[in-house]
Design a protein around this ligand. Sequence first.
Ligand code: SAH
Ligand code: SF4
Length: 397
Amino acid sequence: MTAENAPSAPITQDVLTLPRKLPEGPVNLVGLTRDQMQAALIAAGTPDKQARMRVNQVWQWIYHWGVRDFAAMTNLAKDYRALLASNFVIALPEIVTKQVSEDGTRKYLVRIAGGHEVEIVYIPEEDRGTLCISSQVGCTLTCSFCHTGTQKLVRNLTAAEIIGQVMLARDDLGEWPVPGAPKDETRLLSNIVLMGMGEPLYNFDNVRDAMKIAMDPEGISLSRRRITLSTSGVVPEIARTADEIGCMLAISFHATTDEVRDKLVPINKRWNIDALMTALASYPNASNSERITFEYVMLNGVNDTDADAHRLIALIRKYNVPAKINLIPFNEWPGAPYTRSSNNRIRAFADIIYKAGYASPIRTPRGEDIMAACGQLKSATERARKSRAQIASEAGL
Ligand code: SAH
Ligand code: SF4
């Protein structure tokens, strides 16, 4: 298949979002904002006056120490621990399988409520370790080069399921602090990228709440500059990303004309290159030190000519966007309608960008042997699309 006859997609948002709290039974404390946790503790009988202090204590246990058992929260009185245990749980998704690539990349298959599955990838590098997390099961958008886009079933992850991915990875890396041990400044999990399955800006509130938890200084405490959100271009939510999350932004750009981008990234039919670039030009955080990453997948004969490289530079200059360009060699998946551009073509493309004065790193594919590279993620146990009622009943709602 070529770009000309690649499937085009409905740009709808038919996604089920589960409520944060189950109507009955214990409430999961994971994924609640500080305000929500405070309200939940008060509802369970914590005196108003103590509530803020209790949130601080419980927050530290969960997100700084990685504790999952109320009995281990030793600075709380025994009867308060009992109150917590009878009203709340500290629940994470469950790791079903873990694969480790020849290059050290780890891929986890994780099961969430309703029996759905998402994938998480941990990529160790010399000076950092990046966790690539998912924001949805599948994706409503159907970018023609992306494996996730072929998955029919879609549901938004809850904030608990999003931050839970980070917590599970820290469990597996053995990275929660040990009381009394010297503080370790080199973190195995130092960066988060929202580049797994799903379009994070179609699940804005849950992604925001989860990333706020990741950044909270009393807990996991990652700098906002070490979190990158990648979007295919949900224009109305872009400014909110700076205002409400404050993290770094990456854009799945991938084409330099609307004609080609319409086919590769179908959301372009709703918000075209001009609308996207206009939103980026006024992105509140953009500056030379916080440049926006333009992701560009190199597809043989589709978007990889010298003319494309020149057009890309011209666009970035025209709209005056502080940018760096990340070239991603296409990662193939079974039945993919494209092939990867040759190394020579990718280098020539990178050279044009570099000579124009922009950084143009070529991303080395990681974990290809375990299908963990960009765009290869897709739930292995694909099923037919289910009704909302069926998903809700499976989730116990
Ligand atoms: N939905 C978001 C984030 C997930 S995709 C987005 O589209 O930005 C993360 C990155 O991988 C995106 O830039 C995406 O375009 C790219 N990608 C998808 N499939 C790919 C593939 N098969 N090979 C290389 N990159 C791919
Ligand atoms: Fe969804 Fe991103 Fe894949 Fe497009 S590239 S289908 S937006 S996950």
